[in-house]
Design a protein around this ligand. Structure first.
Ligand SMILES: [Fe+2]
Length: 142
C-alpha cells in the first residue's frame, strides 16, 4: 500500500452555529481558527482546533429542510471525516480501480485545497483532501 491516508478533520452539520461555537470554544476550549463563507453566505464553515492539530469543521446551512443532495448532505449531525493524501487525483484513480464510487470527483475547493468524496460500505461519507487550507479570519456573524 503506497498511498497514505492520514486523519485530517471531522465535519459536523450544526443547527445553530453560534450555539455550537459557544459550546466547542467556550466549554470544551477549542480554539477557533477561521472560517470560510460560500454560496452567498448560505453555507458557512467554522474551523476549530480540537487538539493534536486535528480540525473540527462546523457546517451551517442557512436554508433548513432542504432535500439531501449527492454530496452536500444538509442533515444535522456528523457529516464526514477526512483523510489528508499527497495527491487527490492519484488516490481517486487508485480507489476507483478498486471499485470505490465517488459522490464528488476531485475538485478544487474553497480555501485552496483539492478534495473528493466517496462512501464506505455503509454509506459513511469520507473526504480526501490535498493541500493546506487558506482560512479567512473568524468574525462573529451574529
Ligand atoms: Fe471536510
Amino acid at each position: 500500500m503506497y498511498l497514505k491516508f492520514q486523519f485530517d478533520h471531522l465535519a459536523i452539520t450544526v443547527s445553530d452555529l453560534q450555539q455550537s461555537i459557544e459550546f466547542y470554544r467556550d466549554i470544551l476550549g477549542f480554539k477557533v481558527l477561521g472560517q470560510l463563507i460560500q454560496d452567498n453566505g448560505n453555507f458557512i464553515i467554522v474551523y476549530l482546533d480540537m487538539g493534536n492539530n486535528k480540525i473540527l469543521e462546523l457546517f451551517n446551512f442557512s436554508e433548513k429542510g432542504e432535500p439531501i443532495t449527492t454530496y452536500n448532505d444538509k442533515n444535522i449531525g456528523i457529516k464526514h471525516f477526512a483523510y489528508k493524501v499527497a495527491n487527490v487525483d492519484e488516490t481517486y484513480r487508485y480507489l476507483s480501480d478498486k471499485g470505490v464510487e465517488f459522490s464528488m470527483e476531485p475538485t478544487d475547493a474553497e480555501g485552496g485545497v483539492r478534495i473528493a468524496f466517496f462512501k464506505d460500505p455503509d454509506g459513511i461519507l469520507i473526504e480526501i483532501i490535498q493541500g493546506e487550507l487558506d482560512l479567512k479570519p473568524y468574525e462573529n456573524l451574529f
